[in-house]
Design a protein around this ligand. Structure first.
Ligand SMILES: NC(=O)c1ccc[n+]([C@@H]2O[C@H](COP(=O)([O-])OP(=O)(O)OC[C@H]3O[C@@H](n4cnc5c(N)ncnc54)[C@H](OP(=O)(O)O)[C@@H]3O)[C@@H](O)[C@H]2O)c1
Length: 264
């Protein structure tokens, strides 16, 4: 009865999308594709620190945009999102958590803020934003969490990043199981290397191996597949045959052997 009442009440609320990491790469691409393809979305709430990059999308999408120039790792900043959600009481039809960063380098050689910063952004902020948005989601909504193919296998010289993405994959699959009864579908997106600004940051400390450069994917295609998988209710989205094969390999071959062969 409560659920029926909620659906009826929700019908009157503004339907929105919430996207973190919307100032570049796959978050920005998600905003463009959701804005252009998803019928019924009235506003897209964009979150990232660089306001000017968010505002570039203003007037370029069929839906209205609202910019939150915030650091999602900062609780005080996240309160701005919480206050807006509590005041407007929108119906969030899709949440995309794309904010994330990784830096290549051995544990202990990267500075402590960088190592812990990956955990704070990729894990803690993703959980916090999900927690804030969840009460504002109704049945038949979607959560798209950006994990990575790095979640499939521990990665020496990318150890903290790969571990944060294993967290995202595990968390998202469990969350999806918890929310199935509410008909909220959670998809963990696990791409291999994607051609975005990600590597401008990742490679400030060291270079990625050559084989990763060779399988670099187009962000538009990765996001298109992620959104399609999300709408099909799939728990995991992996773009490309190479990464699907890699995922399978990581399930059947001992990880120590793979780490030795790949010399990651
Ligand atoms: N590119 C790849 O090869 C690849 C592969 C697999 C998975 N992924 C994952 O996919 C997601 C998207 O990556 P991408 O390739 O699109 O990277 P990107 O182009 O570097 O975008 C990262 C986004 O995160 C935002 N961000 C970073 N720190 C933030 C903070 N403290 N608060 C708020 N926003 C913050 C950035 O905006 P501001 O700087 O404006 O704050 C930016 O919009 C990430 O989770 C990444 O780990 C990437």
């Amino acid at each position: 009865m409560r659920a029926v009442r909620q659906i009826i009440e929700r019908g009157t609320y503004m339907k929105i999308a919430v996207i973190t990491g919307a100032s570049s790469g796959m978050g920005r691409e998600a905003a463009v594709q959701i804005g252009n393809r998803l019928a019924g979305i009235e506003e897209i709430w964009l979150l990232a620190r660089r306001r000017e990059r968010l505002e570039e999308l203003d007037g370029r999408l069929p839906a209205k945009i609202r910019c939150f120039a915030i650091d999602v790792t900062c609780e005080k900043d996240r309160k701005k999102l919480k206050d807006a959600l509590d005041t407007e009481k929108p119906d969030v039809k899709i949440l995309v958590n794309a904010a994330g960063f990784g830096k290549i380098g051995r544990v202990g050689e990267l500075d402590i803020d960088t190592e812990c910063g990956m955990v704070r952004l990729n894990c803690e902020a993703l959980c916090a934003v999900t927690h804030l948005v969840l009460p504002h989601m109704s049945p038949n909504s979607r959560i798209v969490q950006f994990a990575s193919a790095a979640s499939f296998l521990p990665q020496p010289k990318f150890a903290v990043y790969a571990a944060t993405k294993s967290f995202v994959l595990s968390y998202s699959r469990a969350l999806g199981a918890e929310l199935r009864g509410r008909r909220i579908f959670v998809t963990a997106v696990c791409p291999g290397p994607v051609d975005t600004e990600f590597f401008d940051i990742a490679e400030t400390t060291d270079q990625i191996p050559l084989y990763k450069r060779l399988v670099m994917a187009d962000p538009r295609k990765v996001v298109k597949k992620a959104l399609r998988d999300s709408y099909m209710g799939r728990p995991v989205s992996i773009y490309g045959i190479t990464m699907k094969a890699f995922g399978l390999l990581c399930k059947v071959v001992p990880h120590d052997f793979l780490m030795y062969v790949l010399k990651t």
